[in-house]
Design a protein. Sequence first.
Length: 458
Amino acid sequence: MADLTTLLEVGGPLVALGGGAAYTRAQHPGVYWSTIGLPISTVRLLGSYTSAMEACGLTVAPSRLRAWAVKATTRREVRPVPPRRGIIRPTSPGLRLRLRLTPGQEPADVAASAERLRHAWGVHAVYVTTIKPGVVELRLVGFDVLRKVRMPRKVEAGFLKVPVALREDATPFLRDYRTVPHQLTLGATLSGKSMYLRHLIAELARQPVALVGIDCKRGVELAPFAARLSALATDPNQAADLLPVLVREMEDRYDLIKARQGIAPDTPEEEITSDIWGLPENERPVPVVLFVDEVAELFLVATRKDEERRDEMVTQLIRLAQLGRAAGIYLEVCGQRFGAELGKGATMLRAQLTGRVCHRVNDEASAKMALGDIAPEAVYAACAIAPERPGLAVAGDTSGGWSRIRTPYLSLGDAAEICRASAHLVPDLPALKPFRPDVPERPVETPAPVVKPRPVTD
């Protein structure tokens, strides 16, 4: 009986400690990693580094001088040499360390062994980045950072460079309009596409840029941000009137560039290689970001008259995508599906959209429309997105690189409040004033009276 009591006294706290650790790992993985996971993984890495590298085939035969020195001093067996390891730097989601590759190795060799190293060191994932020739950085992520997204506190953002999501390697995904001027974002219903668009608008609302929206769903997606929008079209008819104005604005900016640089007035826009960023700051036009939500609505037609209007709008969108970057006009095209079946000009417009973000889609063909022409292997990653994870997407560009990202939650009310607080940043563009949306005033709530009225008596 005494032994049982002693066992309960000793085992009770251990069971409670184990249960607490399991709960913390499931509900608060960041706290678990900082307190338990980080020390365990560090010990594993230090204790099994040489053996893990040898098992992964990342070791080479030592030099003759080193082999002779080992035999002369220790008379031990000469073992293969792994890459030289740098200092281990702990981070909030994992670890970082740099490796100096041995002669004959390349970064692809280390990247091919990332899955083996993940299991050897007990972490969630291992990512390899090339720092300079002969040096790579291993980024060890201790837990799934995309399950509960928390953006880093310090993000190197800037003008027209905004953080909108978190990558699977715990680095922020930045939407840089100067580097990737136009982007296509696809996603099925409830996939998180609207949340991604909401983050973009909320971040850009704090910067001195003009925001223009085309929302053919009667404005239900973009109307809450009307206080910060310079123009808004809520149906194809209004879009057909707005797009020619943007094209004329682009042409006027090209005329400004020509006049400043002494280019002949009759020079075609295609031959002008400069842009508005070469102009003095006091003469530089404000950048314009055009958001097109449900782009398929601009392609759908019912009559021949609608078909003519559709062809005009598609032509103007293609012109903006081809020539808008130098004039400081950027496109953010969103939709559920975007392919050749939409009609003439669809694939030509898609080819001009450098960036691609694909959320959960309903079929493999939709994923191929977004990523098939730039990163075929990313198509399978996009098709594997589960409905239980809205906001998860695959982001890529025409360079062929891609990664998984997820947008943190941002309520519509908070995003709209950011736009209302930034309404003073709406630039003065006379050409867009006829399309400026009406901003409804907030209802004034009447405060309840403090003094109670006297009761009515006989």
